[in-house]
Design a protein. Structure first.
Length: 126
């Protein structure tokens, strides 16, 4: 049956060589996304007050207020950081929005995502 039998140990040299040959891989987390009306859109740029969202096939106008959530990647999976904002500029399926800061717990995660993305370009350059 072998329930309590001892298993043969691998040679120490062979196990050490295998462990040294394969360093642990760190999982590459994807960049953040934005969820607006149950649809996720890619997050192109992010800073402390503005967000640039791409791939919007909707009718938004400058000055419109929206409720949305940042979908932020973490080691344990994605989390939603709900917030609201005002659209500053709409052009070519992209929007720049000024958003209200989410709660401090989400701000720490957003900082890590923001460090991996470029800053939001000047509103007048878009």
């Amino acid at each position: 049956m072998g329930l309590f039998s001892r298993k043969k140990k691998r040679s120490e040299a062979g196990a050490g060589e295998q462990a040294a040959a394969e360093p642990p891989k760190k999982k590459q987390l994807p960049t953040g996304r934005v969820r607006i009306d149950s649809r996720e859109h890619p997050l192109i740029a992010l800073d402390r007050k503005h967000v640039l969202v791409d791939a919007l096939n909707r009718d938004f106008v400058d000055g419109q207020r929206i409720h949305f959530a940042f979908v932020l990647p973490t080691d344990d999976g994605d989390i939603d950081a709900p917030t609201q904002g005002t659209i500053i500029k709409v052009a070519d399926g992209r929007i720049i929005a000024r958003y209200l800061a989410p709660q401090p717990y989400y701000q720490n995660i957003m900082r890590r995502v923001a460090d991996s993305l470029p800053y939001v370009p000047d509103v007048h350059e878009m």
